[in-house]
Design a protein around this ligand. Structure first.
Ligand SMILES: *Cc1c(COP(=O)(O)O)cnc(C)c1O
Length: 379
């Protein structure tokens, strides 16, 4: 029997006492929605991304939608992305009236296979929307070269990639548009929230109007609306949480890397049933290790594995089923077999516990439990 206290969740946010006290101060201050802390959070994010212009939002989903609107993407346009991501990635393309065009993944990295992108480009293609899944960076050199060659814009879905680097350069610190999420499961959280890093040719005032009803203020009492904006501003309470997290995100990521490395060592040393549990790419320099995911062998019933791990006090998750197989997308004509690598990984992927507060001993416990459970399944 495991008790609630030794249950190891898949992830857990780590909010320090200084941040909790800071939130209490904001709550007592008389100004709790978007105000000085939201501005300070944006400035801190800008510093983190090498001085680039950053605007904060109340979700990582809406940041991407705003970026697509800023790029003028709409009906008749195509956006190239991966079928293996949180469904927000393709939903935002639909939300602006455009068409998602999926390109299968590289089964090793589980990110979009850049070698297949050019074959998917048509005269309607406007944007490349790569996702750095689990914080492992996509090949941004290849993506940039394709974008240049075909005069396309790039929006990086970097929701999972805060603190990740590409060839030593911080994701978001260079390139075109980059979108981050501060959902509680991400490596840094503002409870809910997100931010958009803007390229130099983008107008931050337009991002602000799209964030709040399209409103433009002037003088002491002037107000106009010239574009349809939404309601996506970040509260000062959330910004204060995000500010506290940003001070610690590099430490969080260092700890995640250490734990991920320990997972690889522990899993290498165990009998995982021979037929191959696929481990993630061993990138201990560029990835922020947002998740540690294994892909189970074909024929192993994932729900059964999850239940048995849960019985042993270990939480797991699924990130993600291939999204072109969701009903909404099938109605658009997508079908099984369209993207076989994404489908296989999506069907077998299992996210193991990984968060900075884990103890060293937790790694061996999870690895041994996984090994024992897989032996029960006789793979
Ligand atoms: C979390 C996430 C999002 C959406 O972020 P929210 O803040 O939850 O709206 C988008 N894309 C990916 C890949 C994500 O992991």
């Amino acid at each position: 029997m495991t008790t609630a206290s030794d249950f190891l969740p898949m992830t857990r946010p780590d909010i320090d006492e200084a941040t909790i006290a800071g939130v209490a101060e904001v709550l007592r201050s008389g100004w709790i929605t978007t105000g000085p802390w939201a501005a300070r959070f944006e400035q801190t994010l800008s510093d983190y991304f090498g001085g680039r212009t950053v605007r904060a939002f109340n979700s990582g989903t809406v940041t991407m939608e705003v970026a697509l609107r800023m790029l003028g993407v709409g009906p008749g346009d195509e956006v190239i992305t991966t079928p293996l991501s949180w469904v927000a990635t393709a939903n935002v393309v639909l939300a602006v009236g455009a068409t998602p065009v999926f390109v299968d993944i590289d089964p090793a990295t589980r990110n979009i296979d850049t070698a297949r992108i050019e074959a998917a480009i048509t005269p309607r293609t406007k944007v490349l929307l790569p996702v750095h899944l689990a914080g492992l960076p996509c090949d941004l050199d290849a993506i940039d070269a394709i974008a240049q060659r075909h005069k396309l814009r790039v929006l990086e879905d970097a929701a999972q990639a805060i603190g990740s680097t590409w060839r030593g350069k911080r994701i978001g610190g260079f390139g075109d548009f980059a979108s981050f999420s501060f959902h509680p499961n991400k490596n840094a959280t503002s409870i809910e929230g997100g931010c958009l890093v803007l390229p130099e040719d983008a107008d931050p005032a337009l991002a602000e109007r799209l964030r709040l009803q399209g409103v433009r203020r002037f003088g002491l009492d002037g107000m106009d609306v010239d574009v349809l904006g939404g309601k996506a501003n970040l509260t000062d309470v959330a910004a204060r949480v995000g500010f506290g997290q940003l001070q610690r995100v590099d430490d969080f990521n260092a700890r995640r890397r250490e734990l991920a490395q320990a997972y690889c060592v522990a899993l290498d040393g165990l009998d995982l049933g021979g037929r191959g549990v696929q481990l993630p790419v061993r990138d201990f320099t560029d990835s922020n290790w947002h998740m540690f995911q294994v892909v189970l062998p074909d024929g192993v019933e994932r729900a059964g594995v999850m239940q048995r791990l849960k019985d042993r006090g270990i939480g797991t998750g699924v990130h993600y089923p291939a999204m072109h197989l969701f009903t909404l997308y099938r109605k658009m004509g997508f079908k099984p077999g369209d993207f076989p690598h994404a489908e296989r990984v999506g069907a077998g992927t299992l996210t193991l516990p990984l968060f900075p507060g884990m103890r060293d001993g937790d790694i061996g416990r999870v690895a041994e439990a996984l090994s024992a459970v897989l032996r029960e399944f006789k793979v």
